[in-house]
Design a protein around this ligand. Structure first.
Ligand code: SF4
Length: 246
């Protein structure tokens, strides 16, 4: 071994010795992610700090009843919640009930929801959802998962949002783009497919945390853990976060 390489190793060792305990733990968690193991202490820390940060977690989509939330969630596919919230006031003012939305013109709805993307399909789904609610459910959004899944534009994720927010019913964890990205960064999953991410989260988190976890993580993603530029220096999870993919 040359003197130079010996010196380099000694410096590396010294640096390792100086590494704060929290950073060591984070590095350990990062390795654990690869082995598909999550430190329960880290999970509990995340849940507790999220709850401290945002005690009253609310759905990021503006709504005042199950019908409006169902419509807003349909619009949120491939679109930010902020954009949806800019569009829904006009939509709900023009069509305040399923009956009115069901008897709307396709072109009129398209015009209102245009800026949310995929507007033709979304307008079709909104009108189809309203029509089915009128025809089969007496104008009321149904509570049961199987019934919700019969509404056009409503997949499991939408149904989970509506059931969780409106009635506190948790069948699973809602995995949107924020929940998927941040759950990976936190080391809670090493998957990218939302169905598999949900499976990991359902296995990891206590059922009573499923609804609030999604809401809080979505707010964390919007305010701190940005997709491109996460503000780790300002984050209350920074001391233990393995920051996978960051
Ligand atoms: S902002 Fe940084 S420290 Fe906070 S959760 Fe995201 S990756 Fe982790």
């Amino acid at each position: 071994m040359s003197a130079a390489s010996g010196k380099k190793r000694a410096t590396t060792k010294k640096k390792a010795a100086r590494k704060p305990a929290a950073k060591k733990k984070a590095a350990k968690r990062k390795r654990a992610v690869r082995r598909k193991r999550v430190d329960p202490e880290w999970r509990d820390t995340v849940l507790a700090r999220l709850a401290d940060w945002l005690p009253h977690a609310e759905c990021a989509l503006d709504h005042s009843n199950p019908f409006e939330l169902t419509a807003a969630t349909i619009l949120s596919a491939q679109c930010t919640d902020e954009r949806v919230n800019m569009v829904t006031p006009a939509l709900f003012a023009r069509y305040p009930t399923p009956e009115e939305l069901a008897s709307s013109e396709q072109e009129d709805v398209e015009e209102i929801v245009r800026s949310t993307g995929f507007f033709r399909n979304k307008a079709k789904n909104l009108r189809g959802m309203a029509q089915r609610v009128v025809d089969a459910y007496d104008g009321q959004i149904p509570r049961e998962m199987d019934d919700l899944l019969t509404l056009p534009g409503v997949a499991r994720k939408t149904a989970n949002v509506v059931r969780g927010v409106c009635w506190g019913l948790a069948d699973g964890v809602v995995v949107d783009t924020h929940v998927k990205r941040i759950s990976r960064r936190l080391g809670f999953t090493n998957k990218t497919d939302p169905v598999q991410v949900e499976r990991d989260l359902v296995a990891l988190l206590p059922q009573e945390a499923w609804i609030d976890y999604s809401h809080r993580i979505i707010h964390l993603g919007r305010r701190i853990c940005d997709a491109r530029k996460p503000l780790c220096d300002e984050c209350f999870l920074a001391d233990g976060c393995p920051r996978v993919d960051v």
